[in-house]
Write a protein that binds this ligand. Structure first.
Ligand code: ZN
Length: 143
């Protein structure tokens, strides 16, 4: 992630914590920086290992809580694949996209398809709602 984009993440998180009356601890910002550094999909264990390597002592409880806060202010998105622990990805300033999870640990394909946006628009009209988020995960095997 570019440094100026990270700076936007930092500012949004800073403002969010202030607005919520939560303390702006160095641990929280270390978690944010590590999440931004990870890129792609990451889980709590990867974050924990990355922070430990940098000599930050951040408990898993703090990690989970900080990720919840980051999710609440729209900086990260939590993906619940059917393979166990949740994974996260930085979502601010990223185009909406969906996922195809390959079986046998062969990874995950990210894709954007404008037809899904068409479906969303049509659902909004049909049901008089505004869709604010989405999680579409296809489970697949390579052929
Ligand atoms: Zn993704």
């Amino acid at each position: 992630m570019e440094e100026d984009v990270f700076e936007e993440y930092r500012q949004i998180f800073y403002d969010y914590l202030e607005k919520k009356g939560l303390s702006r601890t160095s641990e929280r910002f270390a978690v944010l920086r590590e999440a931004c550094r990870c890129g792609g999909h990451f889980d709590v264990e990867a974050l924990h290992a990355g922070l430990k390597q940098k000599k930050y002592q951040v408990s898993r409880t703090t990690l989970y809580h900080t990720l919840e806060l980051m999710e609440d202010c729209g900086l990260v998105r939590k993906l619940r694949f059917n393979t166990g622990a949740a994974v996260y990805e930085c979502s601010f300033r990223r185009a909406p996209h969906d996922h195809i999870l390959l079986s046998d640990g062969k990874g995950c394909i990210e894709f954007s398809d404008p037809r899904i946006d068409d479906i969303i628009r049509s659902l909004e009209e049909e049901h008089h709602v505004r869709i604010k988020g989405r999680t579409i995960i296809f489970y697949a095997e390579t052929v």
